[in-house]
Design a binder for this molecule. Sequence first.
Ligand SMILES: *Cc1c(COP(=O)(O)O)cnc(C)c1O
Length: 448
Amino acid sequence: MELTASTISLPARQPDWARRVQSDPVLLGDIARAVGGPFHVLHPGRFTDNLVAFTDTLVTGGVSGQVYFGKKANRSACWVPECARAGAGVDVASVPELVDALAGGVRGADLMVTGAAKSAELVWLAARQQCVVAVDALDELDRVIAIGRSAAPVRVLLRLLPENDQGSRFGLTADEVAEALRRCVAAGSAVRVEGFSFHLGGYEVRPRAGMAATALGYCHRARELGLPAASVSIGGGFAAAYLDEPDWTRFTEEYRSSWFHRGKTFTHFYPYHQSPTGADMLREVLTSPLPGGGTVATEFARTGTRLLLEPGRALLDQAGFTVFPVQGFKKRGDYGIVTVAGLSMSISEQWKGSEFLPDPVLWPADGPGAPVSACVGGSSCLEYDMLSWRKIPFSRPPRHGDLLAYPNTAGYQMDKNETRFHELPLPARVVLDASGPGWRIEGEVQRR
Ligand SMILES: *Cc1c(COP(=O)(O)O)cnc(C)c1O
């Protein structure tokens, strides 16, 4: 029987470095043999290019500020030294993340501590290391002030409740901001209020520009109270595009559950095509007009306010991909099931009840057999351990010894939910320097 179940192709956008690595006749096969299982390929050079694009956009926009890498988006140790070398900061949310950032060479003064409900140990470390702490609640502020009195003055930003999501559990309401400012004034030198922060869900420009204006207003009020308040962090949430626009539009318009194994239905997908993305999106925020006249950029410049940002996913865009060895292939009606070494926990989207949609790339590209449609299962004993429920069009049947490369997984996909289920080791992490005409394997980053 022909394995030609109806489906559509969703070819991933891929950068030149990844295409070159994937088209090498031996490299990925050699790595797979050496590590003996699934692995992540990481290319810090791409991360740095993304980072420099953000900092250049601040400079071109005439705004002074700082980029803080949202560290939770990837657990590898290879990104932090890139931040240190480029003069960027890191946004951390736990003691181990803070320690990793220091170990990677970023100075305490270049760290931003966000995250809900910070432990006393985290605040104390932040005070000792002169990190800036984004305070999320009034009781947290009281604990910060107490530590500021006993240890060292704490640099703080007051985190604002999103205007476009009043039900969010994060941030301070307008009343709470007023109360927080009173407590900070009363606390004297125990805290240094450097400004305000927010982090919005979604990927839209306009709400970020609007909240930046609100935060500038709060800075003005805080300065009138004698507080320094000269920084605003506009958070993360800078978009990335995994697919080209026509492919994504076609998918959303023609989407059918018959394209998926067992007719599985999904209620939501990540927006795999977006525009603007990354630093282009920052540029649009900066050039957004404000109701009182001027743009975000001109208002920051006019008021001498620094613009901070905390991109995670956008810095990791196209900086890594994930490779799974194919263990076998079987038929199910008019499509196939590929089983790979590795777990769907390495593709985090599945664990949000959704699916990572860009097509994985079969390696090597050539081989015997006719085109097939096939979904991809992991190596656990669970029916729902599927890397791709979607029937993916392959140019030939995948077979034992081949590899499947899932593209652009560095941002949140590869290691957000990885576990040692079945006592399987975590995938290896291989750092490639692919910035020249060839590439060098820089080494393996410690498995975490
Ligand atoms: C997760 C997070 C970020 C990074 O978000 P991205 O969508 O990866 O850019 C930045 N700031 C805060 C407070 C976060 O929680």
